[in-house]
Design a binder for this molecule. Structure first.
Ligand code: ADA
Ligand code: CA
Ligand code: CA
Length: 202
């Protein structure tokens, strides 16, 4: 699917923190985790993030290579623009603190289990994104009952073993529009509020 060919690969020895209101522009370079200090990209839950985004931060034009450790952690209202995960680690991105998270453009592939993990109440928008090969694209943390509102727009989603979204919360909701999808398991797993328009299954 999506292939990129960055000219430079940077090894991250310690989580890169993008401070409140700041923008980190990776200029298309590939960032990989040091497996000994950040994480080896396995299913181990004790790994650090490659990037930690504080409230108001933007991460853009970054390729996250293998190993990708625990990917991206968000703390508040953040934007993730044109970020490519070449081979997802434990997961690709986790909403760690309440906020409005926007993923615009980019792609992610090859998650053993989860792509996006939602651990706090949030509005989560995924726009013009390509998602391929995972257990599930989005998982609200198991057993949690807070509300998350998800919107997927203009995206292509393929090869989810279980679902696009799985939650245990009966207040969480998803809308999906103008999106193409194929081989996505149950599509919705225990989601009580789903609204769909203009999607095409292929
Ligand atoms: C699993 C685990 C949680 C949390 C989560 C994550 O669901 O049970 O405690 O670690 O993964 O954020 O990756
Ligand atoms: Ca996990
Ligand atoms: Ca994780």
């Amino acid at each position: 699917m999506v292939e990129v060919n960055p000219s430079e690969t940077i090894t991250v020895d310690e989580t890169i923190v993008v401070a409140e209101g700041e923008t980190f522009d990776g200029q298309g370079k590939r960032y990989v985790a040091n497996p000994n200090t950040v994480g080896d990209g396995s299913q181990g839950e004790d790994q650090d993030a490659v990037f930690q985004l504080e409230d108001g931060a933007t991460l853009k034009n970054v390729v996250i290579g293998d190993p990708a450790a625990d990917g991206v952690h968000t703390y508040g209202d953040v934007t993730v623009q044109n970020v490519v995960w070449e081979d997802i680690g434990e997961d690709a991105l986790t909403i760690k603190k309440e906020g409005h998270v926007i993923i615009r453009g980019g792609s992610a592939q090859h998650a053993s289990d989860k792509m996006f993990q939602v651990n706090a109440p949030s509005t989560f928008e995924i726009i013009n994104f390509t998602a391929n090969d995972a257990g599930k694209m989005i998982r609200q943390n198991g057993g949690t009952t807070f509300k998350t509102s998800i919107h997927i727009e203009g995206s292509v989603i393929t090869n989810m073993d279980e679902a696009i979204f799985r939650t245990d919360s009966n207040t969480s909701e998803i809308t999906m529009t103008n999106t193409r999808y194929s081989n996505v398991g149950h599509k919705w797993y225990n989601v009580d509020h789903v609204s769909e328009s203009n999607n095409v299954e292929f």
